[in-house]
Design a protein around this ligand. Structure first.
Ligand code: ADP
Ligand code: MG
Length: 368
């Protein structure tokens, strides 16, 4: 059981082309031509002569493609799903950094995100399993799609007008947390998936903030259940794809009272998620997954599944402080290195402690 944390820097948008790029990746240290960068570098907002560096499993730079990310990070996990292990894929980051682009993506084939690509890979594997077992193993794919908004669970397969204010109740059932009344839709083909998924996305609740006119304030969770049945056995595994709510610091967005309630719910669930990721990666025996509805419903860390966390980052200065706090979230599982860039960018010294940054929990490591 482990969590792979990767970072993805989105390209500059049309309206940002004249802006500075402040989030960069250090070139990989390995000479292998296929090696990816693993270190993100960003200036210290309090002292531009210093930069912070954050270690990831891999870093996807501005020009990385949807296909590259999927083929490297997600495609290899599909066989584990069919071997009975659960899979969780999170897109984390501030609003406007590319979470929905990464998970859902655009309409063209090249632009398709992780979710449609995963479904496509799952259907391909279903055919292979059925063929390899000469039809002895039957595979069924079903979907659940819900969002968690202000700590309440809403079914995205239901139109918004059917929602009750309190959302769907959750209940423990034989040690598993279930959402009572959640629709589970059988879905046998990619085409059918696209129709169901597009319709459900229309239902996803969005509301405006100063940062983004349609900022997403909810976590959207798509669960793909794969059931493999033979005459004598049934094996169920799940792939959960989570487009998290924006992690920006809401104190800086002129929030009204309603927005503050939203942002408190978002922050506490992201905090609970960070604690789980931290506990899993430091091999703690107790994973605090009960601390939020999201981690509880996902039973995060309770089965020997795989988790991939994609930290989406915007490259420009407008996101500087939010990017630092996103990196701090992800870095809880990673070593962090700090260095000082003086006039000569090759000359790197150990920087001053990071205590100057509010809320920072960074521990300093010398560059290796
Ligand atoms: P979020 O879901 O984190 O709020 P979005 O996915 O909506 O962010 O991305 C914000 C904007 O950036 C969108 O216009 C999106 O199309 C664009 N974008 C994000 N990532 C990429 C990328 N890798 N390549 C091209 N455009 C991107
Ligand atoms: Mg989004």
């Amino acid at each position: 059981m482990s969590v792979r944390v990767v970072a993805r820097i989105r390209p500059l948008l049309k309206q940002e082309l004249d802006k500075d790029t402040i989030v960069t990746a250090d070139p990989p240290t390995s000479t292998d031509p296929k090696a990816k960068p693993s270190l993100i570098r960003i200036p210290n907002p309090k002292k531009e002569s210093e930069s912070f560096s954050f270690q990831f499993s891999s870093v996807y730079e501005q020009n990385s493609t949807q296909q590259e990310l999927f083929d490297t990070e997600i495609a290899p996990t599909v066989k584990h799903l069919f071997n009975g292990f659960d899979l969780s894929i999170f897109a984390h980051g501030c609003t406007g950094t590319g979470k929905t682009h990464t998970m859902r993506g655009g309409k063209s084939l090249a632009d398709r995100g992780v979710i449609p690509r995963l479904l496509s890979a799952i259907y391909r594997r279903c055919k292979k399993v059925e063929k390899d077992t000469a039809g002895e193993t039957q595979v069924e794919v079903t979907l659940e799609y819900f969002e968690i908004y202000c700590d309440r669970v809403y079914d995205l397969f239901e139109p918004p007008e059917k929602r009750t204010a309190s959302g769907l109740p959750i209940r423990d059932n034989n040690g598993k947390t279930i959402v009572v009344g959640l629709k589970e839709k059988p879905c046998a083909t990619l085409k059918e998936f696209e129709q169901i998924y597009d319709q459900a996305n229309v239902n996803r609740s969005t509301s405006a903030t100063k940062l983004n006119a349609h900022s997403s304030r909810s976590h959207a969770i798509l669960c793909v259940k794969v059931t493999q049945t033979t005459e004598t056995t049934i094996q169920v595994s799940r792939a959960s794809c989570i487009d998290l709510a924006g992690s920006e610091d809401n104190r800086r967005t002129d929030n009204n009272k309603e927005r503050m309630v939203e942002s408190n719910a978002i922050n506490s669930s992201l905090f609970a998620l960070a604690n789980c990721v931290d506990a899993i990666n430091s091999k703690k025996s107790r994973i605090p997954y009960r601390e939020s509805k999201m981690t509880r419903i996902l039973s995060l860390g309770q089965n020997s599944g795989l988790t991939v966390m994609i930290l989406n980052l915007a490259p420009t200065r407008a996101y500087h402080l939010d990017t630092i706090s996103s990196l701090n979230f992800a870095s809880r599982t990673k070593k962090i290195e700090t260095c000082e860039i003086e006039n000569d960018p090759m000359l790197r010294n150990i920087a001053k402690p990071l205590g100057a940054i509010a809320g920072s929990n960074i521990t300093r490591q010398p560059l290796r």
